[in-house]
Design a protein around this ligand. Structure first.
Ligand code: PBG
Length: 325
């Protein structure tokens, strides 16, 4: 190194104060969104086996969980409803008396505008076959018939008080169909957070237990994106053109390249969903004493933020907000 002043990156690492000062990535509680499951017809919260610490809520336990999240400074919650009865078209999803609409009512009454209230908008929790749309006679998912269902669900969720709807079914044209339906019904201010690039991922396994939405036959590869495909920006741009206010990438950690590309390309906030399998993987290792829980939470959230996500959905949101706050 003769002739050069010694480059010593360690200078900025010597004390905690210097490290804090030099930090370029911070996660704040208001960046975080907590996913919550609410099930119709149960008397007590039901633990989700593969997701230690996560439950299917009753309306009452949901209200408490949302109040705790708001208290910790979490930026938002996203609600998933599990109806008592399912059918081929997912009728409970847009029933004004259905579980998700009831949950939205309870949550918005509890929190007012203290945090953003999102509703996941999909059919897989509501259909008896477990697919994200209605089926053709041949057993495929009928894209355009599904859009009509999504439009009706969006209006029902907006009417029940959702600040934001989050379509997660990966049908072509879903954002445009939902935007038109919301506008026609007078819900011009309802935000659309599009699951713009949602991969057909093995990391959703535990969620399917939590939301009881596993496909009863086949898989979701004909509508969710292929992990090895290169069409992420195209999907994201289509959603923007159709009126998405926020675009989401999912899962998060295995797809940080996509989060980063999206953040560089779009002029709207990018959200990333740290999904059930990411949570389960870490919790299982923690339970074995193989990983340190709080460090894993902080490091994974920091990494997702560093890749460019401005909003992070995480089952650790309330706990992380307390750690950070
Ligand atoms: C429903 C939906 C899924 C997730 C969010 N919305 C499951 C799926 O597509 O199979 C996964 C979330 C998670 O794994 O935490 N379409």
């Amino acid at each position: 190194m003769a002739g050069f002043p010694a480059a010593r990156p360690r200078r900025l690492r010597r004390t905690a104060a210097l490290r804090r000062l030099a930090a370029q990535t911070t996660v704040t509680p208001s960046d975080l969104v907590l996913p919550l499951f609410v099930k119709e017809g149960i008397g007590q919260p039901q633990p989700v086996g593969a997701m230690p610490g996560v439950v299917q809520h009753t309306l009452d336990s949901l209200r408490k969980a949302v109040a705790e999240a708001a208290q910790a400074g979490v930026g938002g919650v996203i609600l998933f409803g599990i109806p008592a009865a399912k059918d081929g078209r997912g009728s409970a999803a847009d029933d004004p008396a259905g579980i998700i609409q009831a949950a939205l009512g309870v949550v918005t009454a509890e929190t007012g505008d203290a945090l953003a209230v999102m509703a996941d908008l999909c059919l897989c929790e509501y259909t008896d076959h477990g697919h994200c749309g209605v089926l053709t006679p041949a057993g495929g998912v009928d894209n355009d018939a599904t859009l009509e269902r999504y439009a009706a669900i969006a209006v029902a969720q907006a009417a029940a008080g959702a600040d934001m709807v989050a379509p997660s079914g990966m049908m072509d044209g879903q954002v445009g169909a939902i935007r038109s339906a919301l506008d026609r019904a007078g819900y011009h201010d309802t935000v659309i957070c599009a699951y713009a690039m949602k991969y057909a991922s093995a990391f959703y396994g535990p969620f399917r237990e939590a939301a009881e939405g596993a496909p009863q036959f086949g898989d979701r590869a004909a509508y969710q994106a292929d992990p090895s495909a290169g069409d992420a920006l195209r999907e994201i741009m289509l959603d923007l053109d159709e009126g998405a206010d926020i675009v989401m990438v999912k899962p998060a950690l295995p797809y940080l390249d996509v989060v980063s590309a999206a953040a560089a390309a779009v002029p709207v906030p990018v959200a990333a969903y740290q999904v059930s399998g990411e949570y389960a993987m870490a919790e299982a290792a923690v339970a074995n004493g193989w990983l340190e829980r709080e460090r894993v939470i902080a490091e994974t959230l920091t990494s997702i933020r560093r890749a460019g996500a401005s909003i992070i959905l995480s089952y650790w949101a309330t706990e992380a907000a307390r750690l950070l706050g």
